[in-house]
Design a protein around this ligand. Structure first.
Ligand SMILES: [Zn+2]
Length: 140
């Protein structure tokens, strides 16, 4: 098996922040790194799940068809966002707007039994705390 690009990175050298990788002429993969890898501090599974619901909703509402995918990293240190036709600064602004919109929500979108595969495993307060910290990081 060929090693995939995500595993080529030295994760011990990776800092929290927003990193981009152009996959082909159309899709860019953004690495929204909330936590320093292998440093003992991870997003809780419930907060990770809720951030997924919040940002998937706000980013798609704000970014429309240019948002291909948003989802959590299994290692719980961040998220992947795949976009079309957008440059780094546009995506960074979009993420900041998306976080502000998420922080304004008082209900988790798509969190009923019908809409979600593990609807009881959510943490809105924890998710908002992670989002506030990441927004502060992006605004530095
Ligand atoms: Zn869910």
């Amino acid at each position: 098996m060929k090693k995939i690009p995500s595993f080529e990175k030295d994760h011990d050298a990776l800092q929290p922040g927003l990193h981009a990788r152009m996959d082909n002429n159309q899709i860019t993969t953004f690495d929204l790194r909330f936590k320093k890898p292998n440093a003992g501090d991870y997003i809780s599974p419930a907060a990770l799940h809720t951030v997924e619901h919040l940002l998937a909703t706000t980013l798609r509402n704000l970014g429309g068809d240019d948002i291909v995918y948003f989802g959590p990293m299994g290692c719980r240190t961040g998220f992947y966002l795949l976009t079309l036709r957008k440059n780094y600064n546009e995506v960074k602004e979009l993420i900041k707007e998306g976080i502000l919109a998420a922080l304004a929500l008082d209900k988790i979108p798509g969190a009923t039994r019908k809409e979600c595969g593990n609807y009881l495993d959510h943490d809105l307060a924890g998710a908002k705390e992670e989002l506030r910290q990441y927004l502060a990081l992006l605004s530095r």
